[in-house]
Ligand binder design. Structure first.
Ligand code: HEM
Ligand SMILES: N=C(Nc1cccc(CNC[C@@H]2CCCN2)c1)c1cccs1
Length: 356
């Protein structure tokens, strides 16, 4: 642990231009803490910078230009499920900011010994999925977690856009579930700038993606509950969540309403429907004043990130497969160059599902 701690502290002191004397003093202090207690604690400033570095090191993320603007909320003092639930509502509120979304992370106490906190949700805000004899209602990706919530006593309305409850586990206690007050959840009803009929599909999506299933590792310390949000790139909603056959599978319906010939692939009906769905998502979010970025602008911002990192003498690491957008990938610079997928720390990682 001291090796990981020393590596992080040296990087932090170097990048924030602190003096060597303070660095050596801090390293001695941490060494003593680890000797005595088997672990050590980060100062707020170290935690803040570590969470920002973890974002900068996220190889699959196209949105890293703004890594220094992450708002870091320190909730390492909280102990109970109810306190954690309140903090999650605060996160949703401050991140949403009436549509001017603020990239934010809330960090709960780290996993030490048998002390741990887990949020069972994939994202704090997500739609339920119900397997019925007539097929799936809602988000197929949520079927398993929805059943877990039902086993815990939660009852959904059975509709296509039911917001799932927050499920919070402290140590090895049974998890507790909490309904999110609906007035806290900003959603965008989807309409198209030119196609009047698009609104009749009654599609919508939530404004703020808040990943709550990943762990944050800084200096050898693991934060297994550290939900973080940015804003959406339009393709995530329109080219995956609403388009994938094993998600909301909207392309055939949209193509039919566009009068396209679905009997032949060569009509490119899927591509035409996909572009109009992406147009509708970007148009609706912008008209409602909810932050969103199109994949061309996002790629351009990523290019600026690459340039700034090179100026700072740092190599940009990245995962090409995830960085290219799912719509028109070859129209972005990302497609035409390789990226080193080396995993540096601090970083965000997947962790074992607490259920299943
Ligand atoms: C500010 C706007 C942001 C945008 C537009 C953005 C965009 C994206 C997109 C499109 C992906 C790929 C997701 C997928 O295909 O499922 C992604 C991945 C990722 N982003 Fe960002 N991001 C933003 C902010 C952030 C922030 C604030 C963090 C953390 C502090 C972050 C950490 C990550 C991580 C860890 C992944 C990989 C997730 C995985 O492996 O499943 N991003 N980002
Ligand atoms: N815009 C975002 N999108 C995003 C980021 C990380 C992870 C995810 C969810 N990725 C998992 C899904 C499911 C399989 C492939 N994509 C979305 C952000 C979410 C939180 C901060 S930024």
């Amino acid at each position: 642990m001291f090796k990981d701690a020393e590596e992080f502290i040296r990087l932090y002191y170097y990048e924030t231009k602190k003096d060597d004397e303070a660095l050596e003093k801090r390293l001695i202090e941490i060494n003593e803490q680890i000797e005595k207690y088997g672990q050590y604690e980060l100062t707020y400033d170290e935690l803040d910078y570590g969470a920002k570095l973890a974002w900068r090191n996220s190889n699959r993320c196209i949105g890293r230009l703004f890594w220094k603007n992450l708002k870091v909320i320190d909730k390492r003092e909280l102990q109970t499920e109810t306190q954690i639930f309140e903090a999650l509502l605060e996160h949703i509120n401050t991140a949403t900011n009436k549509g001017r979304i603020r990239p934010t992370i809330t960090i709960f106490l780290p996993t030490v010994g048998n002390q741990s906190i887990r949020i069972w949700n994939h994202q704090l805000i997500r739609y339920a999925g119900y397997q019925t004899e007539h097929g799936v209602i809602g988000d197929p990706d949520s079927i398993v977690f929805t059943e877990v919530c039902q086993k815990l006593g939660w009852r959904g309305k059975g509709g296509p856009f039911d917001i799932l409850p927050l499920v919070i586990q402290v140590n090895d206690h049974p998890p507790k579930w909490f309904e999110i007050p609906e007035e806290m959840i900003l959603e965008v009803p989807l309409r198209h700038p030119n196609y009047e009929w698009f609104a009749d599909l009654n599609l919508k999506w939530y404004a703020v993606p808040i990943i709550s299933s990943m762990k944050l590792e800084i200096g050898g310390i693991t934060y297994s509950a550290a939900p973080f949000n940015g804003w959406y790139m339009g393709t995530e909603i329109a080219a995956r969540n609403l388009a994938d056959e094993n998600r909301y599978n909207m392309l055939p319906k949209i193509a039919d309403l566009m009068g396209l010939d679905r009997k032949t692939n060569a009509s490119l009906w899927k591509d035409r429907a996909l572009v109009e769905l992406n147009t509708a998502v970007l148009h609706s979010f912008k008209e409602d004043g909810v932050s969103i970025v199109d994949h061309h602008t996002a790629a351009h911002q990523f290019k600026q990130f690459e340039e700034k990192e090179r100026e700072m003498g740092r190599e940009v690491t990245g995962n090409w497969v995830w960085l290219i957008p799912p719509v028109s990938p070859a129209t972005t610079h990302i497609f035409h160059k390789p990226y080193n997928n080396k995993v540096n720390k601090p970083n965000y990682f997947y962790q074992q599902l607490p259920y299943e």
